[in-house]
Design a protein around this ligand. Structure first.
Ligand code: BES
Ligand code: ZN
Length: 630
């Protein structure tokens, strides 16, 4: 047992070095990675010891806003040593015990001073005769990875609510552990809650467990630690069938069950091309609107923002995205955050494939073009060094490197392979890749190596050369010959935009009767500011954008509102900013407001009013935005 992980580690190092030498001249020749750690965002001494299982026993105290209790970590020592190093962030550690030669005994430990990005290392005196360690601790009320919501911030407004968000490196703010995707663990848990509430986790559990203040969980499939997730609230379940259903607060359960009723069709579509769904159960969990993401692929239990419940299934691509992570992300996992594109890029490709099967080619193409346009915009503002698929994140907060690059440029890389090697061949490659690396982690060089052998050996007209691979992985922009998304439906919308430009005060001339919400978003995104207030007012009068319940249309509209200083819609913009905490939907708007001296103070006041309801992550993102000149 001991030999195999070491072997794998050494092997991956060799591959890293090999592929570096092979593929890139952008690195100085002396930049050997042979001694670099696998993951620069963990303090853990992974070369010495690896956690294989975690056993949690935690109590949720909504008055104190703390989780407290204990975690037992099972240890697999790879060599002789006298120290175990764990990650933590602002945890209060009461005591630590080691299980050594069949006895529990108190052990000494020290916590390093806090690193702004990585938190505190816990150095525990333990040697390789100890097979377990038990940490007694409590979280801080301001833990980055937890949001404690008062009842007003929930759907029913009756009960408090708690949810965790661990990706990328926030898990350490609620669990002392080796917080790195370089390892995979199983876990079990007992969670104690107030009697009225229910706890759910990214694990197997009894969906009908009585509300008695204690809930049990078991996760038998090994997963990366950032996928451990917990939510506590007034949660109810709607089953679509034996393996899939949705959890939500009672007053939104029915709407959620209707909106996402195609989930099973999505699972079947993915299984057909890419292999069986690997985690047994697949449920959704609808969070309050302050959830900082659109979705989070916690295994067996995808977390979902309520901002995609529109009533017309128009934003369900989010579900296909999170579902696709069950293969690319949860089954096969990026070993370091620099390789995020292996999770997000391949997933974005699969997301679009699922959409095509369940909702048709037109919808899939429209989403490709919208994403492509966003990528083009984003690349204009992104530092060259963050434009390669592999992100230079060492010394950076992984959260700051995340952009459309790993998602959409990653998707385009896959689409380019599909274009040049054929869909059947790419599908076969992906299916075998998911099988080969099942329940394992992977770095970009390992992926490229596998790709070279299992796809790129096919003879085709436009081969993916080493030079092109280098451009995709390490250089800015998009390589020549990349796949170019195109949508006939959006061509028609472009014609309508031309029409509107000729008589911008007569929006009724636009034939928008059969437009999907994505066509409206494309329309708004391509109107090009400046637009006069009279024109905006006519558009709003005709389309009622200010009142829209579609969060994507709202984002596109309020972007125009801010860019063109359309003050009539500012009260609605303020309500919007207060009602949603999903970063993608609000951060661009705060950025616009902060960059305009005449709007900055207004934006700052709107933020001051909304801030309390936001997740700690959203707060720290927006805190950095406003520096208004007086
Ligand atoms: N896993 C991500 C969310 C994430 C990424 C959290 C990196 C922390 C660090 C999730 O699958 C995701 O991509 N969510 C998107 C939605 C998607 C449809 C693009 C989001 O939240 O916007
Ligand atoms: Zn994702």
């Amino acid at each position: 047992m001991i030999a195999s992980p070491v072997h794998k580690y050494l092997n991956s190092m060799k591959l890293t070095l090999f592929s570096f030498l092979l593929s890139t001249f952008s690195y100085p020749v002396f930049a050997s990675t042979a001694t670099a750690p696998i993951d620069p965002h963990t303090f853990a001494n992974l070369e010495t010891v690896r956690v294989t299982h975690m056993s949690l026993d935690l109590n949720a105290d909504f008055d104190k806003k703390t989780l407290s209790g204990s975690v037992i970590l099972s240890l697999n020592w790879l060599k002789a040593a006298d120290e175990l190093i764990l990650d933590s962030d602002s945890l209060n550690i009461a005591k630590i015990e080691g299980h050594c030669q069949d006895k529990w005994q108190a052990t000494e430990f020290t916590q390093s001073s806090r690193d702004e990005i990585l938190g505190e290392a816990i150095h525990i005196s333990l040697n390789n005769t100890c097979d377990k360690v038990k940490v007694y601790y409590a979280t801080s009320p301001s833990a980055q990875g937890l949001q404690w919501l008062s009842p007003e911030l929930t759907a029913t407004k009756k009960q408090p609510f708690l949810f965790t968000q661990s990706e990328a490196i926030m898990g350490r703010s609620w669990l002392p552990m080796q917080d790195t995707p370089a390892i995979k663990i199983t876990y079990d848990a007992v969670i104690h809650t107030p009697k009225e509430l229910r706890a759910v986790m990214s694990a197997d559990f009894d969906h009908k467990a009585p509300l008695n203040g204690s809930f049990e969980f078991d996760m038998p499939q090994p997963i990366a630690p950032y996928l451990i997730a917990l939510t506590i609230g007034d949660l109810h379940y709607h089953a679509w069938n034996a393996r899939t259903g949705v959890w939500a607060e009672p007053n939104i359960l029915e709407a959620a069950a209707k909106e996402f009723e195609d989930t099973e069709a999505m699972i079947k579509a993915t299984e057909k091309s890419f292999g069986p769904y690997p985690f047994g159960q697949y449920d959704l969990l609808i969070l309050p609107p302050s959830f900082p993401f659109g979705g989070m692929e916690n295994p067996k239990l995808t977390f979902v923002t309520p901002t995609v419940i529109v009533g017309d299934k128009s934003l369900v691509s989010l579900i296909s995205h999170e579902l696709a992570h069950s293969w690319s992300g949860n089954l096969v996992t990026n070993a370091r955050w620099a390789d995020l594109w292996l999770n997000e890029g391949i997933t974005t490709y699969l997301e679009n494939r699922i959409l095509e099967v369940v909702y048709g080619k037109d919808k899939a193409k429209i989403e490709q073009v919208l994403a492509y346009q966003e990528l083009e915009e984003e690349m204009k503002e992104t530092d060259d060094k963050f434009q390669g698929l592999v992100l230079p994140l060492k010394g950076e907060n992984p959260d700051d490197g995340f952009s459309d690059i790993p998602y959409t440029k990653g998707q385009l890389f896959m689409l380019t392979l599909e274009q040049d090697y054929g869909r059947r061949n790419l599908d076969n490659f992906l299916k075998s890749y998911f099988k080969k690396f099942s329940f394992k982690t992977i770095t970009t060089p390992e992926f490229i190596d596998y790709l070279q052998i299992h796809l790129l050996t096919l003879r085709v007209n436009n081969p993916m050369t080493n030079h092109l691979i280098d451009l995709w992985l390490y250089q800015s922009g998009l390589p020549k010959g990349h796949y170019q998304p195109h949508s006939k439906k959006l061509d028609a919308v472009s014609k309508d935009i031309e029409l509107w430009k000729k008589s911008p005060l007569s929006p009724e001339k636009i034939n928008s009767k059969n437009w999907s919400s994505q066509e409206f978003v494309f329309f708004l995104n391509n109107l090009h500011s400046p637009i006069s207030l009279a024109q905006l007012s006519k558009l709003d009068e005709h389309f009622h954008f200010t009142q829209t319940h579609n969060s994507e249309i709202a984002l596109a509209w309020f972007t125009l509102v801010a860019k063109n200083d359309y003050r009539d819609a500012f009260p609605a913009l303020k309500d919007y900013l207060k009602s949603i905490g999903r970063r993608r939907l609000i951060v661009p708007l705060y950025n616009l407001l902060a960059s305009n001296p005449s709007q900055c103070a207004w934006g700052q006041t709107a933020y001051a009013d909304a801030r309390e309801g936001y997740h700690p992550l959203t707060q720290s993102t927006v805190d950095k935005i406003f520096k208004c000149e007086k």
